[in-house]
Design a protein around this ligand. Structure first.
Ligand code: MAN
Length: 526
């Protein structure tokens, strides 16, 4: 097959040589064969002319196909064989114009007596091949550097994801501790206030405190419920943490019973209220009849104990329910916080959360503990926010730009030194007085074929009477991060040409691009 094709080309070369058809790719010679009667049809089929009219320096065909070897047709192309290098097409107006065309290293574009163009294809070809080899080598080095960037980026991502999970868990625990300290503070504060107002304790007050405790507990339960709801949605679904899964399972199960449980509690509270108000009425009546002190002592006993009984039944129910649904991971912390409060009458009274008189120092101490816990939660939340933001950034197809974020490079361009930090800020610094002008903050990737090869920085310092300064950085493959040159084609619009391993493509792709390049048909004259 190959032999047949070669022999065809050879036959065509012989035929064409004979008819002096130059400027044509040998593979297309057979398109220039004459018909039997010595005629030839323009390649666009529009006209039949004499075969002798090909390359006669007169343009016959509208598509210029009859003058491939002269400059007669403005729309024609001349083919240089360039043996020893890469073939090329030049525009036919450059044929025999007295200038040796750079793209035609074999000198075949100039055959008139105006000038003699030597065949330079051997040297040109050698230099070209050397450059290609260097390019290949530097691309491979760049690719290795890029692979390293990708590996490091993956490690960083894993680290951030782990950090995110740890922070989320830690926040849940710290929040629960914070709620416990808040509750303790609330109790101490309310007792301190109460004690200031009335310097004695009554069973009626106990009931009020217990009711207050239940309201706080309800709030705390709601807080825990919100934490678990948030954990259910936001936990890292990729980590199959059994503790987290069982917490979610417990939460789901709890939620099926929560509303009815809440309704029961509210009903019980209403019941206590009703009993207390009946008792108050009796107290008032007796006070009128017999004198206040005796009445209060005798009459409060029964209903208050009744109220306490209700609250204790509730407390037991609550504790039982919570113990059964809380995941092991959080059970101890939560139960430790709740038991002392709910079962306080059954425990020895050691501290002021259990009904003693709280003093200012205790309140202040509890406030400090709560504030420290709150600060801790806030700072963990900020840390988590930062990690989430880092994870949300687009670092390129393979996250190749992650490790280069905020890596800065600069280039002295005479009047100014230009700098750019990848995915960060760009500046122009005067070499005369070192004043720095902000050229813009990274906004987006904006390449056509490869999105990540063009970086756009915007919202720089506004130009006097003009736009805000901005940068368009076009990045080519290289081993180092470097600015090659900077230009300002429009006022305050800066174009950077840069190198970075982050944009290197696989060897296949580079070769494919080089092949594409060699087929670009037109080379302009220098
Ligand atoms: C400064 C520099 C220049 C820019 C002018 C516009 O001299 O930032 O690059 O063209 O301001 O006034």
């Amino acid at each position: 097959m190959v032999a047949l094709k070669l022999s065809c080309i050879l036959a065509a070369v012989t035929l064409v040589s004979a008819s002096n058809i130059r400027g044509v790719d040998p593979e297309k010679y057979d398109l220039y064969n004459p018909s039997r009667d010595g005629q030839w049809t323009c390649l666009d089929g529009s006209k039949v002319i004499s075969h002798n009219a090909i390359n006669d320096d007169y343009c016959d065909c509208p598509d210029g196909s009859d003058e491939p070897g002269t400059s007669a047709c403005p729309n024609s192309l001349f083919y240089c064989v360039n043996e020893g290098h890469i073939p090329a097409y030049i525009k036919s107006y450059a044929v025999n114009d007295g200038v040796c065309d750079e793209a035609c290293c074999d000198g075949s574009d100039e055959t008139s007596s105006l000038i003699h163009c030597p065949n330079r294809c051997k040297e040109v070809g050698e230099t070209y091949r050397e450059q290609q080899a260097n390019l290949k080598q530097s691309t491979q080095a760049g690719l290795a550097a890029k692979a390293q960037l990708i590996t490091e980026a993956q490690d960083q991502i894993t680290q951030w994801e782990e950090q995110e999970t740890i922070l989320q868990d830690e926040i849940i625990l710290k929040k629960s501790n914070m709620l416990k300290l808040q509750r303790e503070l609330n109790i101490l504060e309310s007792k301190s206030t109460t004690n200031k107002k009335a310097k004695c304790q009554s069973d009626g007050l106990d009931v009020a405190t217990l009711k207050h405790d239940i309201v706080i507990l309800q709030k705390e339960l709601d807080g825990l419920k919100d934490i678990l709801a948030e954990m259910k949605v936001k936990h890292n679904h990729n980590f199959h943490d059994m503790a987290v899964k069982s917490a979610i399972f417990g939460y789901d199960e709890f939620m099926t019973r929560y509303e009815s449980m809440k309704a029961n509690i509210e009903q019980d509270l209403a019941h206590i209220d009703a009993e207390v108000s009946v008792q108050e009425e009796i107290e008032e009546e007796l006070a009128e009849e017999e004198g206040e002190e005796t009445v209060v002592e005798e009459s409060t006993e029964e209903p208050v104990d009744e109220g306490k009984k209700h609250i204790h039944t509730l407390a037991d129910t609550l504790l039982e329910k919570l113990e059964s649904i809380l995941p092991t991971k959080y059970k101890n912390t939560v139960m430790d916080a709740l038991i002392p409060l709910l079962k306080k009458d059954e425990q020895p009274k050691e501290n002021n959360f259990d009904g003693g008189i709280s003093n200012e120092a205790d309140v202040e101490n509890a406030r400090k503990l709560f504030q420290n816990a709150e600060n801790e939660v806030n700072s963990l939340n900020s840390e988590l926010e930062k990690v989430k933001q880092d994870l949300a950034v687009d670092y390129g197809k393979d996250k190749e730009w992650l490790k280069l974020k905020d890596v800065c490079v600069e280039k002295d361009e005479g009047e100014y030194t230009y700098s750019l930090c990848f995915l960060g800020d760009a500046y122009q610094k005067s070499n005369k007085d070192s004043t720095r002008t902000f050229l813009g903050k990274f906004e987006k990737f904006d390449g056509d074929k490869d999105l990540y090869k063009v970086h756009v920085h915007t919202h720089g310092t506004r130009c006097w009477n003009g736009p805000e300064r901005s940068v368009k950085a076009k990045i080519e493959c290289g081993l180092k991060n470097e600015i090659l040159e900077v230009s300002e084609p429009e006022k305050c619009e800066y174009h950077y040409r840069m190198l970075s391993p982050a944009v290197c493509q696989s060897d296949d792709k580079v070769q494919q691009q080089q092949t594409e390049k060699s087929f670009i048909p037109i080379h302009e004259e220098l």
